[in-house]
Design a protein around this ligand. Structure first.
Ligand code: SF4
Ligand code: SF4
Length: 858
């Protein structure tokens, strides 16, 4: 075959060539994929893949998307390493990593040495060079070094300045360093607080550089990452040829860097909750749990949701499988040592000739220990020294364990056993995931109607296989521990059933996922879905919800009942009442929460449902950049409330239901504060109508009202909802929205108003179910309030009476004092003594002491 140009994409380079089957990505790429990559598929002869209708997982990665339009550019000095952009990129085009500065530079050194051989001069100073690079990053508070090449050059400059080498050494060093510089890609380097400063503070020298690159072949120019960046660190810039080749070089370099192990990520002391949740995305296998290059529309919310779910599955399943493989390895090692011990103990040096003779009869070039052992038994002169049966049992067991290990390690695709199996409901995700030859799903899937029923069948088959694997594992353990007794154990092993497995063994079963969209809200699919949720089957269901509001869809021709009403199906709320299934509503606008919910769902040992609000730009009449904003608005307006119901959490229904991820979970509505030119801090309650008015698909249900038409029959929507039906008929509900810094009234159609009332009831119900609000508590609270008000009224009346009496008493006392003072003053002014007694005496003197009592004197 002709070698493909440009070089094979990264997933192809990663995948080991396996069996040249339709599931072998390397084989696919080398036979037909490269022609698609070169856009020369007219040269394609009939493909076996076409004939069989199968495609290897991740074949979409061969595609090169970006040729026109714009592409994100990172301003590393503004980036904080929050991972938001990478988490919401629908096309898996923003791989991220954290590495020690030395690890980044070593990758360049290794590349250069691979091309030119070991560096003599640089080799001598390499360790000092790497330490110095760390110090430069640590001191770079101003974020001057935002590209790897800049850091490499500055480190070299400072090193030479410190070393002051002789001219000839300097020249040799310079030549070697130039080769390293060329081998490096100028990947962005970001010194962040949580990956560098915090780590360094905890342990000197442990700071990690954050890096993020744009894969120009997978990027669909949707701009969602730039819209998601809270720091404004991503700009969309025009695509140029130079830009694309620069980004390709960066991507290839980043993907060659050492993997960031999941157990390392788990121990990182990152304080920020959201970032800690999304740390697994720094692991390459987790990030590439789905590929770009498919036919999903740019900015597809459905693909963001699917990526976060598959990433959560990989995050959970990979360590489980690795632990299991490690156990198998240990058993294999024990058994091989055992066999070796027995064989070497019984072999005589004189036997080697006969042994060699026997060996020459074997056709295979490589012989495993089991075959060797059987050979020894055949040729051994003193077979009584060997327990032939035991040796055969051990070598057979080693062979079985190794076969099992190989299946887990490599699987059909060469990338290990599939982490999940999916039954895709026809339409929705299956619509874009299965278009030949671009398959972004690196796991087996089948697209059918009534996918839940298909999933049940898949699960049954998987369980049977799982039991077979565990049988091999259990027997291997018994044999390795020297405890195996055929009479005692064989029957038990042969009759092993799935329900007999331990929880740890069951956790190895690859989860079966049913994945679909609105099509699952009706017919057989809905019935099968309900059946699963009421069962014990560990089937997981992902529904990408785009149904929006319940609206009329025309006149019902047959019944004469007027409008046909498309009922909104609350499948997640209904599922809550099974009480035993894990149920959650998530949103692509909250990627960390969605990733956590998906992880919890994988960890849950029973059935589970995850319904995700995932806007689709074309269907909803929005731009790709508005996807996140709209999904967050759906949550803020209570159109699509978030919740997680985990029956294993706490005791009782209320403890299991968590709605705290919603903004202001205790409030009925979230209030937005808007600034207007003439009014600061205007408060607007957000309702589902505010979410709907942003979308083209609901345009006909709204009308902007000019100010001159603001008549008294316009009633605020929330007030309208409290009116009796006959009064509602005489008025028009409206909402207030801010458009171009002006406040507008927008008339709302009755259908939308009915939906707002419906969403309000749903939200109240969730508040009640989670214990945030309870009708009984509300009633008790109202009664207590009434009683307190009555008591207060009585106390107030008593206080008022007391006050009035005191006031009257004071007033009369005041009058007396006032009159006394007035009299005294008047007397004083008229020249009489102030004292009444003195006055009386004076009067007595004046009238000759007759006829006047003291009282008269007063
Ligand atoms: S523009 Fe879209 S596809 Fe490209 S990297 Fe950003 S989010 Fe991903
Ligand atoms: S969203 Fe912005 S700040 Fe966060 S990692 Fe991406 S570029 Fe950096």
């Amino acid at each position: 075959l002709e070698l493909a140009e440009p070089p094979a994409p990264w997933p192809v380079r990663q995948a080991a060539a396996v069996d040249e089957s339709v599931f072998d990505l390397t084989y696919f790429y080398e036979t037909i994929g490269f022609l698609y990559r070169r856009d020369e598929h007219e040269l394609l002869a009939d493909s076996p893949a076409l004939a069989l209708g199968g495609l290897p997982g991740g074949s979409s990665a061969i595609r090169q998307h970006t040729t026109v339009g714009t592409i994100p550019e990172l301003h590393a000095e503004q980036c904080t390493g929050c991972l938001q952009c990478s988490a919401v990129c629908p096309d898996v085009a923003l791989p991220v990593t954290i590495q020690e500065p030395a690890s980044l530079l070593r990758a360049g050194i290794a590349r250069a040495e691979k091309a030119r051989g070991p560096f003599l001069q640089f080799g001598r100073v390499q360790e000092n060079y790497l330490k110095l690079a760390y110090r430069i990053v640590q001191k770079d508070d101003l974020h001057q070094f935002t590209g790897l090449k800049g850091l490499a050059q500055e480190t070299y400059r400072q090193l030479v300045e410190l070393m002051k080498p002789a001219d000839d050494v300097r020249q040799a060093l310079e030549g070697e360093f130039q080769a390293i510089l060329e081998a490096l890609a100028d990947v962005p380097i970001v010194r962040t607080e949580h990956f560098f400063d915090q780590f360094h503070a905890q342990q000197k020298g442990s700071g990690q550089i954050f890096s993020l690159v744009v894969d120009p072949d997978a990027c669909k120019s949707c701009g969602l990452c730039a819209a998601a960046c809270p720091e404004g660190a991503l700009d969309m810039v025009p695509v140029t040829e130079e830009k694309v080749s620069e980004l390709r070089a960066q991507r290839d370099f980043l993907l060659e860097l050492p993997e960031v192990p999941l157990d390392f990520l788990e121990k990182l002391p990152v304080e920020d909750d959201e970032i800690r949740t999304m740390l697994p995305l720094l692991n390459r296998s987790v990030y590439y749990s789905l590929y770009g290059g498919d036919n999903a529309p740019a900015g597809s919310g459905g693909k963001i949701a699917l990526h976060l779910v598959t990433a959560a599955v990989e995050r959970e399943m990979r360590p489980r499988i690795q632990r299991f493989i490690a156990q198998l390895d240990q058993m294999i090692e024990t058994l091989e040592k055992n066999i070796q011990g027995q064989v070497s103990g019984s072999l005589h040096i004189n036997d080697f000739e006969a042994f060699a003779e026997e060996l020459s009869h074997l056709e295979k070039k490589k012989v495993d220990i089991g075959q060797l052992a059987s050979l020894v038994v055949e040729t051994e002169q003193r077979p009584e020294k060997l327990d032939k049966e035991l040796l055969e049992l051990q070598s057979r067991t080693v062979h079985e364990l190794k076969t099992l290990r190989e299946k887990l390690q490599e699987g059909m695709s060469g990338r290990g056993r599939a982490r999940l199996l999916a039954a895709l409901e026809k339409g929705s995700i299956a619509f874009w995931s299965g278009i030949f030859p671009y398959n972004p799903l690196p796991f087996p899937w089948v697209a059918r109607e009534n996918s839940p029923a298909v999933a049940e069948g898949l699960l049954e088959g998987l369980m049977a296989r799982m039991v077979e694997s565990i049988r091999i594992y259990r027997k291997g353990k018994l044999v390795a521990d020297g405890l195996y007794e055929p009479q005692k154990h064989e029957e038990e092993l042969q009759t092993l059933q799935y329900q007999d497995l331990t929880e740890e063994e069951k956790a190895l079963l690859p989860p079966v996922w049913v994945i679909g969209g609105d099509a699952m809200f009706s017919g057989n699919s809905l019935a099968a879905l309900q059946r699963i949720l009421h069962s014990q089957l560990p089937i997981k269901i992902l529904i990408v919800d785009n149904q929006g509001l319940a609206l009329t869809t025309g006149t019902h021709a047959n019944t004469g009942f007027g409008h046909r009403y498309r009922q909104r199906v609350e499948v997640a709320l209904n599922a809550l009442f099974s009480r035993q299934a894990f149920v959650a509503q998530g949103s692509v606008g909250y990627p960390a929460l969605l990733f956590r919910q998906a992880t919890q769902l994988v960890q849950f040992d029973g059935p589970g449902l995850l319904v995700v609000d995932a806007p689709e730009p074309v269907a909803q009449g929005i731009t790709p950049r508005q996807v996140l904003e709209l999904s967050r608005l759906a949550v803020a307006t209570r159109t699509f409330p978030l919740f997680t119901f985990n029956p294993r959490e706490g005791e009782g229904f209320q403890a299991a239901l968590d709605i705290s991820a919603n903004p202001e979970p205790e409030a009925e509505w979230v209030t937005e504060t808007v600034a207007l030119p003439y009014e600061e801090g205007r408060q607007l309650p957000l309702t589902p109508a505010h979410w709907a008015v942003r979308q083209l698909r609901y345009r006909k249900y709204f009308r902007y009202i000019p100010k001159k038409e603001w008549t008294p029959d316009l009633v605020p929507l929330l007030e309208y909802l409290t009116l009796p039906a006959d009064e509602q008929r005489n008025v028009t509900p409206y909402i207030e929205v801010v458009y171009k810094k002006q406040l507008w009234r927008v008339a709302v159609a009755p259908e939308i108003a009915a939906n707002v009332a419906d969403r309000q009831r749903t939200w109240q119900m969730l508040q009640e179910l989670s214990g945030i609000r309870s009708s009984l508590v509300e009633q008790l609270r109202a009664e207590a309030k009434e009683e307190m008000e009555k008591e207060l009224a009585v106390r107030q009346a008593a206080l008022e009476k007391e006050f009035q009496e005191k006031q009257a008493a004071l007033e009369s006392q005041h009058d007396r004092i006032y009159h006394q003072k007035l009299k005294e003053r008047l007397l004083q002014l008229s020249g009489f003594p102030q004292n009444a007694q003195k006055l009386a005496m004076k009067l007595k003197d004046l009238v000759g002491g007759n006829g006047h009592s003291e009282e008269e004197g007063k």
